[in-house]
Design a protein around this ligand. Structure first.
Ligand code: SF4
Length: 442
C-alpha cells in the first residue's frame, strides 16, 4: 500500500470480507487519488485479504487453453468458448461459491437451472452437514452480539478461532460487552481439541483444555449427557476417554453453571467424524442443558467459512433445499448425489468452478478426475485449479472491488461495500455469471 502523506483525503468504514465474521469495525484511509493509504482495525488475515488487490497472482485478462497452453483472449471470445463447452455438455457440474456474494450465488443457481446442471457450494464438504441436522431438529443458536455482550463460557470444539476467525476472541473473550463491568476475568475459555492450536495460546489459568483424541467426540458427549441427567453420578477416578477426572468435573461444572455458554464448533468436528453424528449430538447436548439446568443457558454456533451461510440461505429460499441440487428440463429434480459421488462416479462431463480451488482442496483421486473434463474457472487469482482450466474468466474481488450481500457465521446478513475499482474494469462474479447466461440466449 502507498505511504500515508498529507495527501490523505477521506476515511471510510468497511466490512472486511476476510472470513465469515465480516467485521464491520474497520476503517480505510484513502488518498485524494483514491489509493488506500492505511487501514485500521483489521487482523493480519483481513490485512492480507485487502492486500490481495496488489497480488502478483492476479488474473486480469480472460484466457483460453489453445494447443495445451493458456492464451489471453477477449472476453467475448472466452464467453463463446464457455458457450461451446456448455452446449456440448450433458452433465455440467457447478461448484464453489462461498468466497463470493449472495447475488453471484443466485446467478450460479440460475445458470445451473438453465444448463440442467448439478450445483453445490463448498458447504457440501464442510458445514453443509451441520445445516442438514439443523433443518431436521432446529438448534439453540445465538448472534455474535450476544456472544460479545452476554457470554461467559466459550467452548471451542474442534475449532481454532485464533486462526480461522482471528478477531472473534478479541471481540468476545477479551471484551467487556455492554452489560458488564468485568471482562476477561469472568470469561472462561474451554478448548476441546486433540491439538494445542493457536487458540490454546490465549488460554489463561481459569481456562480449560480437553485433549480429546480424534473420533472420541461422541463418547464424550454421551458421557456429558449422562452426567447432566444423573446429577449424582461421579466421574470415574481414572477419567474418561483419556481426559482426566478433574478436567471433566470442571467441564461439567461449566456446562451446568454458566450464565450464557456458547459451543463454537468447527472443521475439526466434521473432519474427525464425517457422518455428522457429532453435530447432532452437540445440538442435543445444548438442548439438554437448556431443558434441565435452572441456571445455565447454552447456544451453539457453527464456525463456518466465508459466505457458506449465504449459499445455504439462497438455495433454501430459492429452491427449498440446500444440497444435492440438480436440474433436468430446467426443473429441480430429486437427487441422491453429492459433489463427492458425482465426481467419483464420473457423473459430470465439465465443471464450472466459481471462487474456489478444488484441485488443491479435494483428495487427489477426485481432483484428478476433475482435470480430465473441461474446466471453466471464474476466479481473481492464479490457483492450481485455474492453471488446469480450459477457460479462465477473471473477476473483481468480492467485497473489495464489488458490493454484495453475505451472511455472517451467525446468519446475520451483512452488506459488503466496494472500496476500490477493479483492475481492467473486471466484472463481478455476479456479472460474469449473468454474461454467460446472456451469451447462451443470443
Ligand atoms: S476476523 Fe475475519 S472479518 Fe474480521 S478482520 Fe479478521 S479476517 Fe476480516
Amino acid at each position: 500500500m502507498t505511504q500515508r502523506t498529507k495527501n490523505q483525503e477521506r476515511i471510510q468504514r468497511f466490512v472486511c470480507p476476510g472470513c465469515s465474521l465480516y467485521c464491520d469495525d474497520n476503517q480505510i484511509v484513502f488518498s485524494k487519488n483514491n489509493e488506500i493509504l492505511e487501514t485500521y482495525g483489521l487482523c493480519l488475515k483481513g490485512y492480507k485479504k485487502i492486500n490481495e488487490i496488489n497480488s502478483k497472482n492476479r488474473i486480469k485478462n480472460p484466457l483460453i487453453r489453445k494447443n495445451g497452453v493458456l492464451k489471453e483472449v477477449s472476453l467475448d471470445e472466452a464467453l463463446n468458448k464457455v458457450n461451446e463447452i456448455i452446449n456440448s455438455s450433458q452433465k455440467p457440474l457447478l461448484y464453489g461459491f462461498i468466497n463470493t456474494t449472495c447475488e453471484a450465488q443466485i446467478n450460479g443457481i440460475r445458470l445451473a437451472k438453465k444448463i440442467n446442471g448439478f450445483i453445490e457450494s463448498n458447504a457440501s464438504i464442510c458445514h453443509g452437514q451441520t445445516y442438514l441436522n439443523v433443518i431436521e431438529s432446529g438448534f439453540n443458536s445465538t448472534t455474535l452480539n450476544e456472544c460479545i455482550n452476554k457470554a461467559d463460557v466459550f467452548i471451542f470444539w474442534g475449532s481454532n478461532a485464533a486462526e480461522s476467525h482471528p478477531k472473534f476472541l478479541t471481540k468476545t473473550i477479551f471484551s467487556r460487552g455492554k452489560f458488564r463491568i468485568t471482562g476477561r476475568e469472568i470469561k472462561t475459555l474451554i478448548l476441546v481439541d486433540p491439538r494445542k492450536t493457536a487458540t490454546y495460546g490465549v488460554a489463561g489459568v481459569r481456562d480449560l483444555y480437553i485433549p480429546l483424541k480424534p473420533g472420541k467426540d461422541l463418547e464424550l458427549i454421551q458421557f456429558l449427557k449422562d452426567m447432566i441427567l444423573k446429577e449424582k453420578s461421579e466421574v470415574p477416578a481414572d477419567g474418561f476417554v483419556g481426559v482426566d477426572k478433574q478436567d471433566l468435573n470442571r467441564l461439567i461444572l461449566n456446562l451446568k453453571g454458566s450464565e450464557n455458554g456458547i459451543i463454537l464448533f468447527g472443521q475439526g468436528v466434521i473432519n474427525s467424524n464425517p457422518n455428522g453424528n457429532v453435530i447432532k449430538a452437540l445440538i442435543e447436548l445444548v438442548d439438554l442443558i437448556n431443558e434441565t439446568s435452572k441456571r445455565s443457558r447454552f447456544s451453539i454456533i457453527p464456525m463456518t467459512g466465508h459466505n457458506m451461510n449465504g449459499f445455504i440461505q439462497v438455495s433454501l429460499s430459492l429452491l427449498g433445499k440446500m444440497g444435492q441440487i440438480e436440474f433436468s428440463d430446467n426443473q429441480l429434480i430429486e437427487s441422491n448425489k453429492d459433489l463427492i459421488s458425482k465426481i467419483k462416479d464420473d457423473e459430470f462431463d465439465m465443471s464450472i468452478i466459481v471462487a474456489s480451488d478444488p484441485i488443491s482442496n479435494l483428495p487427489i483421486t477426485l481432483s484428478s478426475k476433475l482435470t480430465r473434463k473441461p474446466i471453466i474457472a471464474i476466479d481473481c487469482f492464479i490457483t492450481p485449479t485455474t492453471k488446469l482450466a480450459d477457460v479462465i474468466l477473471p473477476v473483481a474481488i468480492s467485497g473489495i472491488e464489488t458490493d454484495g450481500l453475505v451472511y455472517r457465521m451467525d446468519n446475520i446478513p451483512m452488506n459488503l461495500q466496494k472500496i476500490i475499482d477493479p483492475p481492467a474494469n473486471l466484472p463481478s462474479d455476479e456479472q460474469i455469471l449473468l454474461k454467460i447466461i446472456q451469451k447462451m440466449e443470443e
